[in-house]
Design a protein around this ligand. Structure first.
Ligand code: ADP
Ligand code: MG
Length: 326
């Protein structure tokens, strides 16, 4: 099968979106924008053995490759519209391609995002997706907007994906059902798109958690020039992690990566509105801390546990970081 056959068979999907003027098959894709819109663009590469373990099923690879890009759109409050796919394949494996493209298309259809082009090459397995989304002018959710007094909130239950990876790598043991749940969260992250779009009207800042809760919160602090305090005991954990010793659980929730949950700050008076949106979009949301004014040049994150305070305490957990990123 030639490269052309692979594209025709697996990636030349029927297009419905009227905004696509030229799709797959020409030298470049062409899309039209409405007036008053801005374009949000992001790209992510997933490499076998680096971003996902060697034995990850093709179906999971397809889902996750797109999900991580959709998550970036959610974090900006953007509506994903189009993506391109640069695929590097070691061999021609029809079964692998079928499972990969099926799950990719299922997730794309679920969020009305269209595949409008790409590139297909031979080499070690690697998937690069560039995603494009739209936003009303000037409305993007930034990392830089956090203000003293803001509440810090997070969607979902951070730490599950890192626990799944730790189980697969025999660094952690969980009962069968709990392990299956965590591996599912690792392989099939849920991009928080419906929630992210509505967050645009309420949040001061937002990021998606790919490297770990503390590490990603630090990006908000650095870019906003503010301090923050996290109440460790308020961070929600799934039932799957609930029986782990507190130290292990905290390491996973504070430093584990790959969750693709949204971490954001809101003015305190917006909490009711946020809980309302959370209920309507079927998204768990928990307030876990507070933003304060910066007191030094370097914005600091303080963790509290009961009446114990640990400044920059997450460094202690860094060695347990389970992210697959370099
Ligand atoms: P070019 O030589 O102009 O780069 P290619 O032969 O690489 O064109 O690709 C032909 C067409 O197929 C282009 O429109 C390209 O966007 C599309 N395409 C190539 N690979 C993929 C892929 N993996 N997924 C979707 N579209 C693809
Ligand atoms: Mg090409």
């Amino acid at each position: 099968m030639s490269e052309f056959d692979i594209i025709q068979r697996h990636f030349n999907w029927p297009q419905q979106d009227q905004s696509i003027k030229v799709g797959n098959g020409d030298d470049a894709a062409v899309v039209s924008l409405r007036t008053g819109e801005e374009l949000a663009i992001s790209v992510d590469t997933s490499i076998k053995g680096v971003h996902f373990p060697h034995d990850t099923p093709a179906h999971a690879v397809g889902h996750k490759s797109l999900a991580v890009n959709l998550s970036d759109m959610a974090a900006m409050g953007a509506t994903p519209r189009w993506f391109t796919l640069a695929l590097t394949l070691p061999t021609q494996n029809e079964e692998w391609l079928q499972a990969f493209s099926n799950s990719l298309k299922t997730l794309a259809d679920q969020h009305n995002v269209s595949l409008i082009g790409g590139d297909t090459t031979r080499g070690p397995l690697s998937i690069t997706i560039q995603i494009m989304g739209t936003l009303p002018k000037g409305s993007a959710l930034r990392r830089s907007g956090a203000q003293p007094g803001d509440l810090i909130c997070v969607t979902g239950t951070p730490g599950d994906a890192a626990a799944g990876l730790a189980c697969l790598q025999n660094r952690l043991q969980l009962p069968t059902t709990e392990q299956a749940y965590c591996v599912q969260r690792l392989n099939y992250p849920t991009p928080r798109l419906a929630f992210g779009e509505r967050l645009r009207m309420h949040a001061h800042s937002c990021i998606d958690v790919s490297d770990g809760l503390c590490a990603d919160l630090q990006h908000i602090l650095d870019q906003s020039g503010v301090n923050a305090t996290l109440a460790t005991e308020q961070i929600p954990t799934s039932a799957a992690l609930s029986k782990l010793p507190a130290k292990t659980r905290n390491a996973l929730t504070l430093s584990g990566g790959d969750d693709y949950e949204l971490l954001f700050t809101i003015p305190a008076d917006q909490l009711d509105a946020i809980q309302h949106i959370a209920a309507e979009t079927n998204t768990g949301v928990t307030a876990i801390g507070q933003v304060g004014a910066a007191t030094t040049a370097k914005p600091t994150l303080t963790l509290t546990t009961g009446d114990m305070t640990v400044s920059q305490g997450f460094n202690h957990f860094a060695q347990h970081n389970t992210t697959t990123k370099p």
